[in-house]
Design a protein around this ligand. Sequence first.
Ligand code: NAD
Ligand code: 44H
Length: 474
Amino acid sequence: MSTPAGQDPRPLNRRTFPSAPAAPPRLVHLGLGAFHRAHQLWYTQHAEADPAHPEWGYVSFTGRSATVAEQLTEQDGLYTLVERGPEGDEHEVVTALVEARPADDVGRLWELLAAPGTAVVTLTVTEAAYQLGPHLAFDAQRPAVAADLALLRRAYRDGGFALDAVGVPATPAAKLVVGLAERRRAGAGPLAVVSCDNLSANALAARHAVQGLAAAVDPRLGGWIERTVSFVATSIDRITPRTEDAVLGSVARETGYSDMVPVVTEPFSSWVLSGEFPAGRPAWERAGAVFVDDIEAFERRKLWLLNGAHSLMAYAGQLRGHATVAEALADPVCRQWVEQFWDEAQQHLTAPGLDVPAYRAALLERFANPRIAHHLAQIAADGSAKLQMRAVPVLRAEREAGRPGTAAARMIAAWTVFLEGRTELDDAAADQVLAAAAGTGRARVRALLALLDRELAERDDVVDLVAALAADLR
Ligand SMILES: NC(=O)c1ccc[n+]([C@@H]2O[C@H](COP(=O)([O-])OP(=O)(O)OC[C@H]3O[C@@H](n4cnc5c(N)ncnc54)[C@H](O)[C@@H]3O)[C@@H](O)[C@H]2O)c1
Ligand SMILES: O=P(O)(O)OC[C@@H](O)[C@@H](O)[C@H](O)[C@H](O)CO
C-alpha cells in the first residue's frame, strides 16, 4: 500500500479508498478522541459479518473542540489505525465512523437519540466529565452540574424540553438527558448507554450522572430512564497515547494516503462488557469482546494493575526525570515501586479466573514497548479523579487487612510532591487541588488527601505515612 517513489500521497476518503461503504448510523458516541478510534470503532469494524455490507455505523461527537470532527469529516470519517508492536507497525483504515460531529452539534445528537434505529450510545469523555460526588453519587452542587440543571429546568415544559431554549449544555450527562427525553417523546423505545471510561463501576457512574440529573429536572423523566435505558458496564483496555505529528509522515509513506488524523495504538486490545442491549448491538464478540455476568473483578484488575501502575509512574517517574512509561519502567527504582504496588493490589484480586501473574507479566511487556511513546504528562492529568480509583481502593483494602499500604500510599505521596510549586494544573478540579497544594507540611498532605478520600484524610497514621513517603521522594 506504500506510495511509489516521487508520487504524492492521495487524500483519504470514501471515494479514494477502495471498498469503504458507509453503514447506517445506529451507534452514537460522545468523546471522539484517540481511544474511541483505537477501540470501539475498531471493534465495530471487525464485528461486521460482511464488510461489503456493514450494518453498524457510528456517529461520533467530539467532547469539546471541533477540530478532529472537521478533519475526519474531510476524510468521510476514514482514518488509519497504526498498530505499533515492538518490532514494527501494521496499518489499517477504519471505515465504521460514518459521521464525525463537533461537540456543540446537539441538534444532530438529539435527532439520533430520538431515532428508533439508534441502539447504543458509548462514552469516552474522561473520568472527570461525569462530575459526580463521593461514592459516585449525583451531586447537584457541582458548578457544572448546577449550571446545566438550571438550564434544563428553564427549558422543560409539559414533560419535554423546548430544544431552542436549551442551547448547548456543558456536561455530557445533560446532553444525554435532553436526547433521552426526545426519545421518550418519540416513543422510540429502549437503548443501551455504555461508558468506556476508566472508572470503577462505570455503568453506575453513567447511570447516576444521567438519571440523577433527569430526576432533578422531573422525577417522571428520571423514572422513565430507569425503566428504559440499560447502563452497560465495561472494562476497556488498549494503550493509546496522543498521536505525535511524525506519524502523519510515516502513515503517508506506508499507506499512500495522506491522513490528517491517524491514531497509534498497541497490538493488545480487550473489551469486557456486562449488561443488556435492548435495541441490539454489533456482534463485538466476533472481534474478541467478551460478555460476562459479573464484571467487577475484571474491572479492578485492569484499573488497579494497569492504570494504577500508570499513575504511579506518571508522578514518581516524572519526579525521577522520566518522560514516558517505557523510560520509567526501565528505571529499577520505579520498576520496584510498581511491583510493590502490584503485590499489594494482588492481595485483593482473588476472584477465580483473573490469573494475576500472567496479567502482570503481560503488562510488563506492554509497558516496555519502546516504540509506543506514552507520555507520563498525559497520564498525570486529572490526578484528583484518577487516584480515587487507582490508589485509594488498594490503600483502604490494605489497611482493612491490617497492613500499612505503603506502595499505594507512595502513589499519593508522589502526586503531592508532583504538585509542589505548580500554579497551573491539567485537572478538572484544578482550583481545589491548587488551593489544597498551597499549604505546607502535614496540613497540606491532609488537605490533598481529603480530595481523594475524606475518611483517610482524618487518620493521622495515613497522613504521616504519606508525608514520610513524600519526604523520601523529594
Ligand atoms: N487512551 C487510552 O489508552 C484509553 C484506554 C482506556 C480508556 N480510555 C478512556 O477514554 C478516555 C479518553 O481517552 P482518549 O485517549 O480518547 O483521550 P483524548 O484526549 O484523545 O479524547 C478525549 C475526548 O473526551 C473529550 N472530553 C475531555 N474532557 C471532557 C469533558 N469534561 N466533557 C466532555 N468531553 C470531554 C475530549 O473533547 C475528547 O473528545 C480516557 O479519559 C479514559 O477514560 C482511554
Ligand atoms: O486515559 P486516562 O487518562 O484515563 O488514563 C491514562 C492511562 O492510564 C490509560 O489511558 C491507559 O493507557 C488505558 O487505560 C489502557 O487501556
